[in-house]
Design a protein around this ligand. Sequence first.
Ligand code: PLP
Length: 421
Amino acid sequence: MFQNSLEYAKNQDTNDPLRSFRNQFHLPQDSNGDPLVYLCGNSLGLQPKTTSEYIAEVLDDWARLGVEGHTQARHPWLPYHEFLTENMAAIVGAKPSEVVVMNTLTTNLHLMMVSFYRPTKKKFKIVVESDTFPSDKYAVESQLRFHGIDPKDGLVLWKPREGEELCRFEDLEKIMEEQGEQIALLMIGSTNYYTGQSFPLKRITELGHRHQAKVGFDLAHGAGNIQPDLHNTGADFAVWCTYKYLNGGPGSLGGCFVHQRHGSTRHLVRFAGWWGHNKDTRFNMRHEFDPLPGAEGWQLSNPPILSMAAIRASFDIFAQAGFENIRKKSVRLTGYLEFLLDEMNLSQINVITPRNPEERGCQLSIQVKNSDRELHKKLTQAGVISDWREPDVIRVAPAPLYNSFEDVFLFAQKLKTCLKN
Ligand SMILES: Cc1ncc(COP(=O)(O)O)c(C=O)c1O
């Protein structure tokens, strides 16, 4: 199905319907001005060339209008987050009223747990996948402690079996069978940051709900990568960031999903702020908190418009490309990477990410046995931007909007050379 040659890779690029999008991004370059092989969109996505224009528009409106920009800017700042909503909803498969761009990921995770983790004496445990991202683990543990629960009693780890890297759904089922009565929340990374494993979100949600637990997902490595179809999963909530596959820029805002069945229930406990209050009376002040319906009702503060402008630039590119097309290319691009790694036929290399495209996004986590950080250093010197996770894993993520089949081919060549030397 694939071929191991530069000519083939270039030919794939020529026939790629999304090929023109690469040119819409700034590609980091080496000291000779040649583009680096950038495979790190799982950490920080690249900058669209239009980002500076979108930000310049806000700066210019601010300079010209001062405070009046809230209502008179070309994209007025008062409703600015709404300019992101439709594209955001399309990317994660939600209804527009179910999503909002606000705060940052860990902050949103806390806000969601305030509303959806309501432990009782009997039902108080939280399940996470065992190699969850540290910030998620710290957030979950601190929520347990906040409710007076020792994480030793309240945190349940969904672990891979001895000698395996990936989590099996049947082991989560077993946890629920054995401890379901005590489990209040399943908080799972939709796509695990380390292994690249994407979990079956709908099945997990149904499993959690069967045991009267709430279910939330961290889509940091899923948003803009897999098609999470959030609304149809039935999940209670989800959170993500916009600086990885969504190319919103370093430290940019987070996204949040609240399923529509919760969006209009006013009795849910939440930590509130004025941006979550009814837009019609927000500026009348001195009103009782009147939450907006939908995910918007969880907003706290008036948002950083400059950062939102960068996200808007990126989302407009996603909308032009169409997420179906992006995912379609992604499956082939990562498939090509897998093929080239297999072609190396080296027992030292073990791809720990699932082989089934439906159980992964674009990232492959490549375990290189008996290697250390030196290998990553060599790869970097050879012009590859990837990332290294201790003890012996290189994560590479060909992002379909700006990575090419040639990038993937060059990476495989360079890895081979580095391993030989
Ligand atoms: C899976 C996951 N969760 C949480 C975070 C933390 O995100 P933030 O710093 O935006 O809160 C990250 C950051 O990379 C992440 O990858």
